[in-house]
Write a protein that binds this ligand. Structure first.
Ligand SMILES: [Zn+2]
Length: 414
C-alpha cells in the first residue's frame, strides 16, 4: 500500500467509527439523541465495550456507568493516563460532540499499541457516561464521579421530564443506586481530551488544531429592576420609572465596555422578561440575565463589579429599585500547557497549523483540570455549529486530531 493509500485508509477509519457510533440514537433529521441511561445510551456503551474487548483492551464499567478500556503499562509505579470524552448528547445533537473524543482516543491508543507495543504507563480510554445535563438537571456526572465530587445526595431527588427518578434510570441501565458510593480515583496521573471546537476560530484561520490553555470561568446573574408601570401617553418622558429602558441602557452600556476594554470577555443577555408586556404601558418590572465569561478570575471579577456598579447607577438615575442575584459562579480552569510547548516543534515538522486558545464552553477537562494535570485539544467545527444535526468536521480534520492525540499520548505514556 502506498503512503497515500494508507493515509486514506486512516481517514476513513475515524469517519466510519463516528458514523457507527451515531447510529445509536440516530434521528431522522441526521442528528443524535443519546440521553444518560436511555436504551440508546445502554446500547452505545455496550457496543463500545465490545469493540474495545475485540481490540485487546481490558474493559470495565464503574458504578455510575463510565466505561474504561485499559492497556496495562510495563511500569506500574506510575499513574494511569486517561483519555476520552462523553458519550451522552443533547436532544437532537450532532455526531461529533463527545463521541469524537472517545473514538479518537480508542483509535490513537490502538494504533500506538500496534506500532510501539505496550506503553510504559497504563493508558485507559474512557467513555464518560454524562456531561451535557440534557436528561436530569445536573452536569458532568461522569467526570465528577471519577474525581469524587458527587455523592448519593446529589441525585437523591432528581427526576427527568417524564417523572422517572435518577435512581430508577440508573438501576434500569444496570448500575444499582444502592451500591453507589462516593469514590475518588487517585491513580490517574494525567487526563487528555480531544473535542470539536464548537466555535469558528480554527475554521476561520484555516488551522488544523487548537491547543487549549484555559477553560473560561462563568458568572451568571439575574437582574430584577422594579420601576413603575404607567400610561404610555400621559406620563412625560422625564417622570418615568421605566425598567425596560434602564435594562436596555445597562445591556448596551456593558456591551460597549466589553468591546472597548475587555477584548476576550463575553457578556450575553439571553433572557429578558418585561411586565406587564403591553404595547401602551411603561414596563414597571424587568428581569434579565447576564452571562459573563473570561479565562482570568481577576478580569471576570472586575467586569462583574463594573456591571453591578453601572446597574446601580442607571437605576438610581431613574428611581428604580434593583435586585441582583449571582446564581452561577464557576472559576476559570488553567490546563496543563507543558506538552503544548514540547510538541509545538513536532506539529510544525508535520506541517500542521495550530494555535493556543481558550475554551468558551465547559468540558469534562475542566472537572479533571481542578484535580490533576489535564490537556485539551480542539479540531475545527464547520461554521462553528454544535448541539445540532448540522455539526460537522471533515474526515481529514478528524484524522489530523487522531494523529496529534497519538503524539501527546506517546509523550505521556511511552
Ligand atoms: Zn462535549
Amino acid at each position: 500500500m502506498s503512503e497515500l493509500q494508507a493515509a486514506q485508509v486512516r481517514v476513513s477509519e475515524i469517519q466510519d467509527l463516528v458514523d457507527w457510533l451515531a447510529s445509536f440514537g440516530g434521528t431522522t433529521e441526521g442528528g443524535v439523541t443519546r440521553l444518560l441511561y436511555s436504551p440508546e445510551w445502554v446500547q452505545a456503551q455496550a457496543a463500545l465495550k465490545q469493540k474495545m474487548d475485540d481490540t485487546g483492551f481490558s474493559t470495565y464499567f464503574d458504578q455510575v456507568g463510565n466505561l474504561f478500556g485499559r492497556i496495562k503499562g510495563t511500569d506500574e509505579r506510575n499513574g494511569v493516563i486517561l483519555t476520552g470524552s462523553h458519550i451522552d448528547t443533547v436532544i437532537q445533537g450532532g455526531k461529533y460532540d463527545g463521541a469524537y473524543g472517545i473514538l479518537a482516543s480508542y483509535l490513537a491508543v490502538k494504533r500506538l499499541v500496534e506500532r510501539f507495543g505496550k506503553p510504559k504507563n497504563t493508558i485507559e480510554v474512557v467513555s464518560l457516561c454524562e456531561e451535557e445535563g440534557s436528561r436530569f438537571p445536573l452536569t458532568y456526572w461522569g467526570s465528577k464521579n471519577i474525581v469524587g465530587d458527587y455523592s448519593p445526595m446529589t441525585i437523591e431527588a432528581l427526576k427527568d421530564k417524564e417523572g422517572i427518578s435518577f435512581k430508577q434510570a440508573m438501576g434500569e441501565a444496570g448500575f444499582p443506586f444502592d451500591e453507589y458510593k462516593t469514590k475518588k480515583r487517585d491513580d490517574i496521573q494525567h487526563f487528555i481530551e480531544i473535542h470539536i471546537e464548537q466555535g469558528s476560530i480554527l475554521e476561520k484561520s484555516q488551522l488544523d488544531v487548537g491547543l487549549v490553555s484555559h477553560i473560561v470561568g462563568q458568572k451568571r446573574l439575574t437582574v430584577t429592576l422594579n420601576g413603575e408601570s404607567n400610561h404610555a401617553g400621559t406620563t412625560p418622558m422625564t417622570e418615568r420609572k421605566d425598567a425596560l429602558v434602564c435594562a436596555a441602557n445597562a445591556i448596551s452600556g456593558l456591551t460597549k465596555i466589553a468591546k472597548a476594554e475587555y477584548p476576550s470577555l463575553r457578556v450575553t443577555t439571553g433572557q429578558i422578561l418585561a411586565k406587564p408586556n403591553v404595547p401602551n404601558v411603561i414596563a414597571g418590572n424587568v428581569n434579565f440575565t447576564l452571562d459573563i465569561r473570561h479565562h482570568e478570575s481577576e478580569v471576570l471579577e472586575a467586569f462583574c463589579q463594573r456591571a453591578i456598579q453601572l446597574l446601580h447607577q442607571l437605576a438610581k438615575e431613574s428611581s428604580i429599585v434593583t435586585d441582583i442575584n449571582l446564581w452561577t459562579d464557576i472559576s476559570p480552569v488553567p490546563l496543563d500547557t507543558k506538552l503544548h510547548e514540547e510538541l509545538n516543534k513536532k506539529l510544525a515538522i508535520k506541517g500542521l497549523k495550530h494555535t493556543t486558545m481558550v475554551s468558551g464552553a465547559g468540558h469534562d477537562a475542566q472537572v479533571f483540570g481542578q484535580h490533576l494535570p489535564t490537556t485539551m485539544l480542539f479540531v475545527p467545527s464547520k461554521n462553528g455549529i454544535s448541539h445540532s444535526p448540522l455539526e460537522f468536521t471533515e474526515s481529514f480534520q478528524l484524522e489530523i486530531g487522531v494523529s496529534v492525540l497519538m503524539d501527546y499520548l506517546y509523550e505521556l505514556a511511552y
